[in-house]
Design a protein around this ligand. Structure first.
Ligand SMILES: [Zn+2]
Length: 461
């Protein structure tokens, strides 16, 4: 993408921009097309707010989209509203808007999402339908009070053109797809998907479901309607008043094989699901950061015996920044490094971020100048590393004797199961990311910190 004037444009609203430009922005602006979820927003009734805050909000969103942000955070800090853009999982400060204007922007976002702008004491959520450079986006907006009459806003940006439902659309490896197919092939067992919040767990669950061969098995969706349409999956509407058991009995009469469920949140429902898992195969999310945590939760809810009997596998993923294809540098890894990483000795090339020029060489191009595609970040987009916990015989023994996270991890490695770390090395071998990025992502507490070097230019708002 050319990303014209993305960096060099004098952005309206910046300190240096003359006032006249505020009326005539010279970068493409996002189009707001109304609130999502059948809500309404009355711009006319709030003309004063619109006059003050519509243009700055538009500029902020346009800027975020131009920079590929997937999340925008507005929060009060020292009398201002601090704005941060999260790009490929890393938060960058975008602007700090003084008091009243910042406050008006917060209210404007709520208004555009159809939220109640007079209510500043409760958490609210909604969304805005938008279009930018002919691409439709849904902005999912959450507001939360952080003090008296002060609120924090979180906007998640969903590109509606990018559909991620099938294994190949998220780079889900074939050998893991085959495992899911195997685990769903006998009309029995439970397959779970987990991960920390905001790491694409629902997308991963949809992908796991789409690993099932729809021509060989009949797949039903019992989950509340997803915003996105599932492919070759029939919706099954439970009759009002029917509990899970009656619904499962009805669905069994339809010769269903695989059922997609709402996330597991209650011990009672989970118990029923596991009891039916000798006649149906289930796919569902479970709120847990990792498979070991999910196993612990399941044991608490339904007991060790049921877990061992019917849990088949748990899938999770970690998003890792992808090296920029335009400026990544190839290097020949030494044999010792390959051995340490568990890569085949014949691996001839790995990639890393371009090294900054020596500081004393004034004529050398900086990394930023080298690459227009990433502005010297030098990562662009993200790829996922996957993990598949499987209930092998060895794992059953481990869980009975000691279901600690360490013991489970040890057994996964002993079984040769795919762990996040192992799959991340695959991404390095495929040239999609660097060892430095893997190290950064996996070191505790580091993942949320901003990388020390090479970051995008701060935008001007
Ligand atoms: Zn680049």
């Amino acid at each position: 993408m050319a990303g014209p004037q993305k960096n060099d444009a004098k952005k309206p609203g910046s300190k240096s921009a003359p006032n006249a430009q505020e009326q005539e922005p010279d970068i493409e602006q996002v189009l707001f097309q109304g609130p999502l979820f059948d809500r309404e927003c009355n711009l006319k009734a709030n003309a004063k707010l619109v006059q003050v805050a519509l243009v700055p909000v538009k500029q902020m969103i346009s800027d975020a989209l131009a920079r590929r942000a997937h999340t925008i955070i507005l929060e009060p800090r020292e009398g201002r509203i601090a704005i941060r853009f999260v790009i490929d999982g890393v938060a960058f400060p975008a602007a700090a808007v003084p008091g009243q204007k910042g406050d008006a922007m917060v209210q404007m976002i709520k208004l555009l999402s159809g939220l109640d702008i007079n209510d500043r004491r409760s958490a609210q959520s909604g969304g805005i339908k938008t279009e930018y450079e002919k691409i439709p986006y849904h902005l999912m907006v959450e507001s939360a009070p952080v003090g008296d009459k002060v609120e924090k806003i979180r906007i998640k940006i969903d590109n509606r053109k990018i559909i991620r439902q099938k294994p190949q659309e998220i780079g889900f490896p074939d050998h893991l797809k085959a495992k899911i197919r195997h685990h769903t092939s006998e009309r029995s067992g439970v397959i779970l998907i987990c991960g920390p919040p905001d790491t694409g767990v629902t997308t991963l669950a949809t992908v796991a479901l789409h690993c099932v061969d729809p021509y060989l098995y009949s797949v039903y969706n019992l989950a509340d309607r997803n915003v996105r349409e599932l492919i070759n999956v029939a919706d099954f509407k439970p009759e009002p008043g029917h509990d899970l058991e009656i619904t499962f009995d009805r669905i069994i009469r339809r010769e269903a094989d695989v059922i997609y469920l709402n996330p597991l949140t209650s011990p009672q429902d989970t118990q029923t699901i596991f009891q039916y898992a000798d006649r149906l195969s289930f796919v569902a999310e479970i709120p847990a950061n990792n498979p070991a945590e999910a196993v612990r939760k399941l044991i608490e809810w339904i007991g060790i015996d049921e877990v061992i009997k019917n849990l088949r596998c748990i899938v999770t993923q970690k998003l890792i920044r992808k090296l920029c294809d335009d400026c990544k540098q190839a290097f020949r890894p030494n044999p010792l490094l390959l051995k340490q990483l568990g890569l085949p000795p014949e691996t001839s090339v790995l990639y890393r971020a371009p090294l900054p020029p020596p500081p004393d060489d004034l004529k050398a191009q900086s990394v930023e100048e080298l690459c227009v595609d990433c502005d010297g970040v030098p990562y662009h987009g993200r790829v996922a590393a996957f993990e598949l916990f499987e209930m092998t015989d060895g794992m059953k023994e481990t869980i009975v004797s000691n279901a600690s996270p360490e013991a489970i991890r040890k057994q996964m490695i002993a079984d040769g199961q795919t762990t996040l770390q192992k799959d991340a090395i695959r991404l390095v071998a495929e040239g999609k990311t660097s060892l430095e990025e893997i190290q950064r992502t996996f070191s505790p507490g580091e993942a949320n910190k901003r990388p020390a070097k090479a970051r995008p230019k701060p935008p001007s708002l």
